[in-house]
Design a binder for this molecule. Structure first.
Ligand code: ATP
Length: 409
């Protein structure tokens, strides 16, 4: 099922090592050949040339914790792209500089139909500009809310494409580490469009199954228990996060959520997934099963790319009538968009570590320190304020709680 929707295999996919080559951790490192290195050097030879010489920079498309993303048009052929504008001041610490270089290096090497492709890089003293393939459909969840209807069958197609991207990345030794709804974009303005995984800002390479990674990073609600420390963890963390994304996609709220962050961490560590049948009644049994198998505490028994692709939910012919609760998804989006302004990703690492009982002395950075005052193309950039934890449900006496949906007070 859904195979016809899969983008055609590219030469990059063909070069993906066979499943059997993948180590215990699901990771096998594929190093670029000398020829590939030369080709990349040629493609990105204009790094020092100013962006505005070749591109016209236009409206803002989005914003993350570390970058602004704008629409831009290449002057020579009027082709549109998205340009990710990173202010070097935001990445001034040695570790952040290493992370930025790593993001660029990984982006340069990634070539898969379900991963956003890097087209060009430009650098000035103050900024780094990553010119990316444009995803005109924006974020998947926003498009679903706009469309007003989304079925389980469509969800299968989304998960298939993200899994295809993860198989490709993991086979190259790359762990994404920030799988969440904001990083799932659509190539075209349709909920059925090709899905693209973006934001390799936290991605890292594992040089072999025994090494693993240790940094607690990503976005708390999507983080696997083993990411909360002390590590090491493996590529399988991306499949846990995908399980959280699927849960939210189907019912519009998070499986692990509490107003108190410490309690959210406890819930993730316990890994007990609750399915309220009032919300899950219309969703297939297979969907609950696949989520349970993705949100499995023991990383080794968790579904991986191959077992996920072979799961009954992905392969059986689901009737295209099981409809996702778009109303709740809309409330989740309202909540998330308010919340986005609270720094919850990599900058919160220190706080996580403290909560997870790992000693740290570095203070957590505040929102105002990260306000984006330096977008060189801004016409209406605003100071980001601290967002609300709840989006208010529009019915009196009812509020939306990201962990359970709407509750009556
Ligand atoms: P984070 O806070 O998760 O680290 P970031 O600062 O690295 O994020 P991105 O996630 O890469 O920034 O981009 C921020 C937003 O910009 C995305 O959520 C999306 O809405 C928009 N965006 C990013 N890349 C593209 C693209 N290629 N096409 C269209 N919109 C994009």
């Amino acid at each position: 099922m859904g195979q016809q929707n899969q983008p055609a295999a590219t030469p990059a996919m063909a070069a993906t090592p066979a499943v059997n080559d993948v180590g215990v951790a699901g990771v096998a490192s594929v190093k670029p050949t000398e020829d590939e290195k030369k080709k990349l050097k040629m493609q990105f030879r204009n790094r020092k040339k100013h962006l505005s010489k070749d591109y016209e920079v236009r409206k803002k498309l989005g914003e993350g914790n570390f970058a602004l993303v704008r629409l831009c048009t290449r002057k020579r052929d009027k082709k549109d792209f998205a340009v990710k504008i990173i202010h070097r001041k935001r990445m001034s610490k040695p570790k952040q500089q290493v992370a930025l270089e790593r993001e660029i290096e990984i982006l340069m090497s990634v070539d898969h139909p379900n991963c956003v492709k890097l087209q060009d890089i430009r650098e000035t003293q103050n900024h780094v500009y990553l010119v990316l393939e444009l995803c005109e459909g924006g974020e998947l969840f926003d498009m679903i809310c706009k469309a007003g209807k989304f079925t389980e069958l469509q969800a299968v197609r989304v998960i298939e494409q993200i899994t295809s991207a993860l198989l490709y990345l993991h086979n190259r030794g790359i762990v994404h580490r920030d799988i969440k709804p904001e990083n799932i974009l659509l190539l075209e303005k349709s909920a059925d469009s090709v899905v693209k995984l973006t934001d390799f800002g936290l991605a890292n390479k594992i040089e072999g199954p025994i090494n693993g990674l240790k940094t607690s990073c990503g976005t708390l609600y999507y983080a696997a228990p083993e990411v909360l420390g002390p590590g090491p963890y493996q590529a399988s963390i991306d499949y846990w996060s995908l399980g959280v994304v699927l849960y939210v996609l189907l019912v519009g709220y998070l499986p692990f959520y509490h107003d108190a962050r410490e309690e959210t961490i406890n819930q993730i560590r316990r890994a007990r997934v609750h399915f309220d049948m009032k919300d899950w009644g219309n969703i297939s049994v297979q969907a609950r099963d696949i989520i349970r198998k993705l949100l499995t505490k023991d990383a080794k028994s968790r579904l991986n790319g191959e077992t996920l692709m072979a799961h009954e939910w992905m392969t059986s012919n689901l009737k295209d009538e099981s409809v996702v609760n778009v109303d709740k998804l809309k409330k989740f989006q309202d909540w998330k968009n308010g919340f986005t302004n609270i720094i919850d990703t990599v900058v919160a690492i220190q706080k996580w570590k403290r909560l997870a009982g790992v000693e740290t002395k570095t203070p957590l950075r505040t929102m105002s320190q990260l306000a984006r005052e330096d977008d060189p193309f801004q016409e209406n950039a605003k100071e980001s304020g601290v967002g609300a934890y709840y989006a208010t449900d529009n019915r009196p006496g009812v509020r939306y709680v990201p962990g359970i949906g709407s509750v009556h007070e």
